[in-house]
Design a protein around this ligand. Structure first.
Ligand code: MG
Length: 367
């Protein structure tokens, strides 16, 4: 069974509330959707959002890379010869990890449909449902406490608080305000998105430990390239430290793991270039006794479905950050994962379970 056609579409969906981190503010979720058609009529779907500040990719570069570089590499190839297919895909270009991820997702959607299994079962089937956190954007102390309270009232048990944009003392006061508002029960994880210096990180984390703020983990406190700094923060604090922007590839993961620079790794398909490489990172981390989280960029339910299927399939993935579709004002597709409060459920449909006809209707209106 060969790959007969690769088509791309660009879409845009507004967020109901702006998403604000140390690196950016997002008000509209833009993405490229890729549709892959096999010779037996099987259709697979993938998604890549442009996240300039993290992967360096734009909407135009993603679409160009898929259409002009990746498409010629996979067109006419046998979809079940995965080792060759994914090797060619990853060797076709340096970087461009989101573009690769979209094609990788669509290939995995096809493969699992051909095998007659939902994607998470095709990949390992470890969990049948998973629980996502909800992200609190960077705002005033009062606003963040109010937002956090709202999310807990809405049934979420884990909050991911964005920090790292201003003065370190302001960040500590923000976390204190959030903890006071939500009480001792909810898990609170922080994400500084590289916004803290090494010294500030050690100071702030030690202070929050002394204050009893009970932080579950701190994600990417320092610059992505500063592995030595990350290790210093890890060695001078008790709170678990997670690498996110520091780990794109398997080689990045090996460096962080060999140097014992992080307690946890956050895998994202948009950084790894898709599920094929993400599995390798997770397996390497597992060999080092380092558990992983799977997170996402601001993606629609298509990309999140692929990431959630992957995350649920693996034993070593124990944390999940998949709230992005809940931030969108509209849901651009039917099928895929469903949310029951903080719980993500998988249907028994094969592959990603995306409804093709519904999706095509929406795409033809928007492109
Ligand atoms: Mg992060």
């Amino acid at each position: 069974m060969n790959i007969q056609a690769v088509d791309t579409y660009s879409i845009a969906v507004p967020l109901h509330t702006p998403f604000k981190t140390a690196l950016r503010t997002v008000t509209v979720a833009e993405s490229v959707y890729v549709k892959l058609t096999c010779s037996d009529g099987t259709i697979g779907w993938g998604e890549a959002p442009p996240t300039h500040v993290i992967t360096g990719e734009s909407l135009a570069s993603i679409q160009y890379t898929i259409e002009s570089i990746l498409k010629p590499v996979i067109l006419g190839k046998r979809v079940i010869e995965t080792e060759r297919l994914f090797e060619n895909l990853h060797q076709a270009a340096v970087g461009n990890t989101s573009a690769k991820a979209a094609v990788d997702m669509a290939l995995h959607d096809c493969l699992s449909q051909i095998c007659g299994l939902p994607l998470y079962q095709f990949l390992g089937g470890y969990n049948h449902s998973i629980e996502t956190d909800y992200t609190v954007s960077i705002n005033t102390r009062e606003q963040m406490a109010a937002d956090a309270g709202q999310y807990i009232d809405n049934g979420f048990n884990v909050l991911k608080i964005k920090v790292g944009k201003d003065d370190i003392e302001k960040d500590i006061k923000r976390i204190e305000a959030v903890r006071n508002r939500v009480g001792s029960e909810p898990l609170i994880r922080l994400d500084a998105n590289q916004g803290w210096s090494v010294k500030d990180s050690i100071y702030a984390i030690q202070k929050m430990e002394d204050m009893g703020l009970n932080i579950e983990l701190v994600e990417q406190p320092v610059k992505a390239w500063d592995i030595e700094g990350l290790k210093k923060v890890k060695e001078h604090t008790f709170t678990p430290i997670m690498a996110d922007e520091s780990v794109f590839s398997v080689e990045d993961a090996r460096r962080v793991l060999q140097t014992e620079s992080a307690d946890l790794i956050n895998i994202k398909l948009m950084k790894s270039g898709g599920i094929y490489q993400a599995r390798k990172i997770n397996q390497l981390a597992e060999a080092y006794g380092v558990p992983c989280m799977v997170g996402s960029m601001i993606e629609t339910k298509l990309g999140i479905s692929a990431a959630a299927h992957f995350a649920a399939s693996q034993r070593n993935i124990i944390r999940y950050d998949f709230d992005a579709p809940l931030m969108l004002a509209e849901d651009p597709l039917e099928g895929g994962i469903t949310y029951n409060g903080c719980h993500i459920l998988f249907s028994s449909d094969n592959g990603l379970g995306i409804s093709n006809i519904q999706l095509e209707d929406i795409l033809s209106q928007q492109t």
